[in-house]
Design a binder for this molecule. Structure first.
Ligand code: PLP
Length: 360
C-alpha cells in the first residue's frame, strides 16, 4: 500500500472539505451580485471568512482571500512593505524571497532559527522595515522564535509578516497572541483544496491592493472569489484538531528518527510535530526520493515547490550543512498518517540503504 509522507508539499483533502467544495460548486451566484443568488453566495463566503479568521486569532473583516499563500505573501510584501526596507530570514520560502526585488536576507543559526542578534542589528540600521519570517519551516519544521522577533520589531517600529502556511493546523496559531501584523495561510497545506489562501491582518492595518480589479475583498484584492475552494478551506479549518493530531504525529516522527539514527537538520530547535529532515551522507537526495518512491513511499528533497527540480536545498545550505544539504530528504507526515507509518517507513529506508550499499 502506498505511503504518502509529503504533507508539507500538500496535505490530503479532509472529508469535510471535500463535501464543502462539492456543495459550493452548486452555489450559482457571484458573491458581488446584489440579487438573491449573489446574496446566497456572499453568505457562504462570509461564513467561511469568519470561520478562518476567528480560528487564527483575527477578525473576519481583516481577512483577505487569495489564490494561495504565494499570493498572500506577495500581497503582504507589496502592500505592507510600501516605503519600508524588506527583511527576511535566509531560509524563507521562495514565495517570500522572490516576491519583490531588494529583499535583505538575515542569517539563521545552525539549528535553522533566525539569528536574533543579527535581526536586532538590521532593525537598528534605520528606516522603517517589514520583516518576513515563516512560523515553521517547510523543509525542516523548525520554528522561529516569533515572540522575540515580534518584540524586536515593535521596539524598532517594524512590521512583522508571518508565513504561517506550515504551522496552521499543526500547532496552535493565533495572530493576536503572536503579536504579528499579518499571517499568510494556504488551504491545501491544512487539508483543504488547492487554489485558496488568505492574508489575515492585524485590526486597523491598511493594505493597498496588488490587483485592484473590481474592488472585491474590501478593495484589497480584486477578482471574483473562488467560492468552492474557499468553502473547502473553511471546512478544513473547522476540522483541524492539532491538540490530538500533533502528539500522534510527533510520536511517529520521533520513532523514525530514533530507529534510523541519522543526522536530522534542525533537530536542536523546536520543530513541527510532523516533519523530519534526514541526512544520508554520500547519497544524493534525488536518488533517495526516487528509490523510496519506487518502493511505495513519497517524500521530498529540496524545496517542494521547485516543481520537479531537485537541487541542494538553499535553506539547508543557509544552515551550514554544506555538502550534506544535497543528501537530505524531508519526511512530512500527513494528518491521516496510518499508525504503522513509522514502522513501514523505517523498513523501506533500511532496505534502501542496504540496496545502495550493495550497489557500492
Ligand atoms: N510558504 C510556505 C512556507 C510553503 O511551504 C509554501 C508551499 O510550499 C508556500 C508558501 C506557497 O503556498 P501556495 O502553494 O498556497 O502558494
Amino acid at each position: 500500500m502506498n505511503l504518502y509522507l509529503d504533507a508539507n508539499a500538500t496535505e490530503p483533502l479532509r472529508p469535510a472539505a471535500r463535501q464543502a467544495v462539492l456543495e459550493a460548486l452548486d452555489c450559482l451566484g457571484n458573491p458581488s451580485s446584489v440579487h438573491a443568488e449573489g446574496r446566497a453566495a456572499r453568505q457562504l463566503l462570509e461564513r467561511a471568512r469568519g470561520t478562518i479568521a476567528t480560528r487564527f486569532g483575527g477578525r473576519a473583516r481583516d481577512l483577505v482571500f487569495t489564490a494561495g499563500a504565494t499570493e498572500a505573501n506577495a500581497l503582504a510584501l507589496h502592500g505592507l512593505g510600501q516605503g519600508r526596507r524588506l527583511l527576511a530570514g535566509a531560509t524563507e520560502h521562495p514565495a517570500i524571497l522572490r516576491a519583490a526585488p531588494g529583499i535583505e536576507t538575515l542569517p539563521v543559526l545552525a539549528d535553522g532559527t533566525i539569528d536574533l542578534a543579527a535581526l536586532e542589528r538590521a532593525l537598528a540600521q534605520g528606516g522603517p522595515a517589514l520583516l518576513c519570517l515563516m512560523a515553521a519551516h517547510n523543509e525542516t519544521g523548525v520554528l522561529h522564535p516569533l515572540a522575540e522577533a515580534a518584540a524586536l520589531c515593535r521596539a524598532h517600529g517594524a512590521l512583522l509578516h508571518v508565513d504561517a502556511v506550515q504551522m496552521a493546523g499543526r500547532l496552535p496559531l493565533d495572530l493576536a497572541a503572536l503579536g504579528a501584523d499579518s499571517l499568510a495561510l494556504s488551504a491545501h497545506k491544512l487539508g483543504g483544496p488547492k487554489g485558496a489562501g488568505a492574508l489575515l491582518l492585524r485590526p486597523g492595518l491598511d493594505l493597498p491592493a496588488l490587483l485592484p480589479g473590481g474592488g472585491q475583498e474590501r478593495g484589497r484584492r480584486g477578482g471574483t472569489e473562488a467560492l468552492p475552494a474557499i468553502a473547502g478551506f473553511a471546512a478544513a479549518v473547522a476540522a483541524l484538531d492539532p491538540e490530538s493530531e500533533a502528539p500522534r504525529l510527533a510520536a511517529l516522527r520521533d520513532r523514525i528518527e530514533a530507529a534510523l539514527g541519522l543526522e536530522t537538520a534542525g533537530a536542536g530547535a523546536p520543530r513541527l510535530p510532523n516533519t523530519t529532515c534526514l541526512v544520508l551522507p554520500g547519497v544524493a537526495a534525488e536518488t533517495q526520493v526516487i528509490a523510496l518512491d519506487l518502493a511505495g513511499a513519497q517524500v521530498s528533497a529540496g524545496a517542494a515547490c521547485s516543481s520537479g527540480k531537485v537541487a541542494a536545498s538553499a535553506a539547508l545550505l543557509a544552515m551550514g550543512l554544506g555538502e550534506k544539504a544535497g543528501h537530505a530528504i524531508r519526511v512530512s507526515l500527513p494528518w491521516n498518517a496510518p499508525d504503522d507509518a513509522a514502522e513501514r517507513f523505517i523498513a523501506l529506508h533500511r532496505a534502501m540503504q542496504q540496496r545502495l550499499a550493495r550497489r557500492g
